[in-house]
Ligand binder design. Sequence first.
Ligand code: HEC
Length: 122
Amino acid sequence: MRYYVISALVVLPLLALLSMIAPLAVKPAERPIGPEMAVVQPGAADPSRGEALYRSKCYGCHTQQANVGPDFAVSGFKTRYADDESIIAILRAGRSPMPAFTEKMLDEQGLADIIAYLRSLP
Ligand code: HEC
């Protein structure tokens, strides 16, 4: 009997606490979509996605350390490539030893994202 009383004393406050916490733990999908959950529009270039792509596909050559291709952070890149089409043309054609980035390796969206990232560099 005594055991039941003690365990009730422990369990009941715990349950009360849990019921207070539970509403806070709403699954993300059930949260209303507000400005803080800004979703990237399909088709819009996203520099942060571009940065991830750049790190996986370009970074190995285009840094001062690698020094295979020019480091875009210091190469005056933006002034030399004012238009996106010239960058796209270079990437699609390749420039030895840089491979040609075909549609299969880098789709239109990825290309736009990478360019947005390069443009966002200081
Ligand atoms: C295998 C190494 C390598 C990889 C990977 C690579 N590049 Fe290059 N890239 C080069 C080299 C080397 C050059 C310079 C070629 C030349 O003009 O002699 C170059 C040139 C360029 C140029 C022209 C730069 C200029 O100043 O004229 C652009 C733009 C460029 N790369 C973008 C990229 C992007 C974006 C990626 C990733 C999608 C990438 N490269 C991946 C090696 C690489």
